[in-house]
Design a protein around this ligand. Sequence first.
Ligand SMILES: [Zn+2]
Length: 226
Amino acid sequence: MRTSLLLTCVLLVAADSSTQPAVPRPPIVSAKEWGSTPQPIPESRKQTPKWITIHHAGVLWEAKTTPDKFVKNMQVWGQKDKNWPDLPYHFLIAPDGRIFEGRPIEYEPESNTKYELQGNIGVEMMGSFEAQRPSREQLRSCVALVAWLASEYRIDPDHIRGHRDAALGQTTCPGRDFYRYLEDGQFRRWVSETINGASPNIEPGPALSNGPSTNISEWPTTKPAS
Ligand SMILES: [Zn+2]
């Protein structure tokens, strides 16, 4: 009797873990590690995540600065010029694939466009995908991060979208060379496969016929004047 009860418990645990495989949290450079200096965010701006909204920086990545300084500069600019207490995004992904922690997920993001900010996790990639192509490392980190977030917060892959889908007619963000993966469903497929425990082969693929042709990792570096 006791043995069968124990066996039932083991089987239940096994069944539960097989239907909900844990998606690993990718390595993330914490806000503390890159020297974040956030200001307090009002309680009224707390949120429950329902969407994962993807952005590009919208400015060319020319490697004039390091990704950690880029993140810090954005925080300082937002606090000074926009009165934003912290970064507008929750995560920022560098061309080398490193993920930086931004604003805490429990608070809604900021935006220069008008849409319902409540419930959004904002994931930004450095670069302008109107003029540059994302690196393979950036794409792979973005899929790994979004798969983990979707699993952790129980967000359906149908609720992964580009900024332009949220703020209709107001922006081209995340740029046409990234938006293509959202438009044709490829990005959501990579995310769903990752959530289901597969390891999809994530490659940027060929350039769009009228789109950018140079990968951000091969972009000519403009050194700052010394
Ligand atoms: Zn955006």
